[in-house]
Design a protein around this ligand. Structure first.
Ligand code: 3Y8
Ligand code: NAP
Length: 249
């Protein structure tokens, strides 16, 4: 009996969940529980960590999971690393639904940096108006460069902020070019800090930066373990069909 686990939290995971629900393919959608009101899903949802590799391996066995699709964000490196180890331990096949990294285009003024710390170091220098579009989890690191006027975009209202000069926009994506243009022009943004998330949900700020001639500090992705990577829902359905799953309609 087919029973999928989707490790979610991305636009692509949501598209997969919609398709599986429409086809009546049994699956559970998993959130980490990072934000207050995660988007509802057309599948049963579970929220919260599994308790490391062992916890996930036990979850796979206890719930009779037959396939794992890791559709988490490319920066969710710990989850993806655990998922590969746990699926091996529980002998459950796994694929990743992974979107390609964004690539510099003509007109882009990107400076690639290896990680968050390198992005912080690259902000050394006199005060600038910085669009810090990397969420909440790593704001602390940027307090090493308190001189800037920051624009922060967060999913939830923050309680405390580690930066002395910042404006906060509470907004979850996917984002449009019109709203990102309005935001970046009204805040007179002079540099954008972005993770190389890929996908469509957060690329608008890069298209606007190109149009406005604004430089981007582009944070490269963390390395992930070896696994089969598919890049769209159709390929996941194909993988399921080839492993004997009845695709319903
Ligand atoms: C909880 C689940 C959809 C899916 C929406 C995608 C697109 C918008 C781009 C910017 C960048 C950022 C952030 C971002 C994007 C999508 C997608 C994506 C970036 C939700 C969601 C959860 C999270 C967690 C959250 C992190 C934060 C990161 C905001 C849902 C909305 C900055 C990553 O407050 C916190 O603790 C937030 C934590 C991890 C990174 C960080 O360090 O703060 N995502 N984002 C998931 C869970 O609990 O398992 O409610 O929908 C999902 C989405 N976030 O189509 O509706 O697919 O990438 N999410 C980054 O890329 O830099 C925003 O503002 O320009
Ligand atoms: P992470 O650092 O790789 O994972 C840390 C721990 O959080 C994991 O070990 C696991 O806990 C738990 N976890 C992460 N994703 C989970 C999921 N989908 N279901 C259940 N538990 C999960 O992860 P993260 O970067 O904080 O990302 C958390 C969530 O936000 C993921 O769903 C991800 O897709 C989404 N997201 C992240 C980003 C980002 O920039 N990182 C951007 C957009 C969306 P245990 O070890 O206890 O199992």
């Amino acid at each position: 009996m087919t029973n999928l686990l989707i490790l979610g939290g991305t636009t692509e995971a949501n598209a997969l969940a919609k398709t599986l629900a429409e086809r009546g393919i049994p699956a559970t959608y998993s959130y980490a529980g990072r934000v207050d009101n995660p988007r509802p899903q057309p599948l049963p949802v579970r929220v919260g960590g599994f308790g490391g590799v062992e916890g996930l391996a036990s979850y796979l066995r206890d719930h009779g999971i037959t396939h794992v699709v890791d559709a988490t964000h490319p920066f969710a490196a710990q989850m993806s690393t655990n998922a590969v180890a746990a699926s091996k331990a529980a002998n459950v096949p796994l694929v990743a639904l992974a979107r390609p990294a964004w690539r510099k285009q003509d007109g882009d003024r990107w400076q690639h940096v290896a990680d968050i710390d390198a992005a912080v170091a690259a902000l050394t220098g006199p005060k600038r108006r910085v669009f810090l579009a990397v969420g909440r989890l790593h704001l602390e690191e940027f307090s090493a460069q308190p001189q800037h006027q920051y624009l922060l975009r967060l999913v939830d209202e923050p309680d405390a902020l580690p930066l002395p000069h910042c404006d906060v926009v509470v907004s979850r994506g996917p984002f449009t070019e019109a709203e990102d243009r309005a935001l970046m022009e009204s805040h007179r943004i002079e540099v954008v800090v972005s993770k190389n998330s890929g996908g469509s949900g957060a690329r608008a700020k890069l298209d606007v930066a190109r149009a406005l001639g604004v430089p981007v500090l582009m944070i490269d992705r963390p390395s992930l373990p070896q696994r089969t990577e598919l890049s769209n829902v159709a390929q996941v359905l194909d993988w399921l069909a080839h492993s004997g799953v009845n695709l319903g309609v």
